[in-house]
Design a protein around this ligand. Sequence first.
Ligand code: NAP
Length: 310
Amino acid sequence: MSENENIFDVLIIGGGPAGLTAGLYAARARMKCVLLEKMMMGGQIATTEMVDNYPGFPEGIAGAQIGPLFEAQAKRFGLEVRQFQEGLKVERRDAGFLVTCVNHDELFCKSLIIASGSGWTPLGIPGEERLKGAGVSYCATCDGAFFRDLELAVIGGGNSAVEEAMFLTKFASKVYIIHRRDQLRAEKIVQEKAFANPKIEFVWSHVPLEIVGEKEVEGVRVKNLKNDEERLLPVAGAFIYVGMKADSEIVKNLVEMDEQGYIKASEDTKTSCPGLFAAGDVRQKPLRQVATAIADGATAAIMAEKYIDQ
Ligand code: NAP
């Protein structure tokens, strides 16, 4: 590979809806553009069974289909995608940024779009780390089928917890949703479906204290916040959905962030570092959806084009 092959107008980190949309717009603007994705195309949405709130798909669309569709569209206009490639370090250079990758490739770009999304927050209770992969999971679509006819616990009360609990009822005989309040955070339409699902039992106003089990999960010890009573829910798996944390470590020395690591950038996606744009879930924003991520991606690409032209 010649040195010139590693010099780009725009480099995009992250192959979710935000990054792939940025790639589509950058490619159509005839910028030399590369996108790095360390795992599956589609990012977090690829682990969602069905997406019902992305317009244009009246019957919904499988989360795993979104990434490949976006990718094919962006590639049609010339986006270069390097999958299973991870940026490790980003350094500011006079005329742009130097990105060092896991395989030691050094890529230079005039502007950088960080669309690295967010990852699951761990609960931080005893047993969680030790039993990860042995009944503790953060991905129902990946692991749900291992629990056919068994009882499971889902922890959390947001969209992720409730939607994934419903997905898990396809396999499990029963799913407990353990929530620390007596009201869900999830959208009303999601709540309605869950309340109507006979396999779901809500464990309101409880917090999990410990995931119990020798070699694999045997139960979740919970505490009732109203009377401090403790009990053991005998489940074979615990799926944890207590929120997300930004995947922004790679640019932490370059841009301003909030306490959770979300990058501060307004609707124009401009960060505190000129030439570096933040798109999608990694940006501080009020709503994290495919619809808002793609808006960011389009904006970031056009802002990058303007930045380079100037
Ligand atoms: P979230 O909306 O932040 O919800 C996290 C849930 O975990 C909340 O119910 C919270 O309780 C609970 N929680 C947090 N820390 C806890 C702790 N230490 N112990 C026990 N419970 C704890 O996270 P999310 O559901 O993963 O969603 C993340 C973002 O993606 C949201 O913006 C969401 O709307 C979006 N999303 C959208 C869809 C969709 O549109 N279909 C699907 C999935 C995700 P409290 O409610 O008491 O704070």
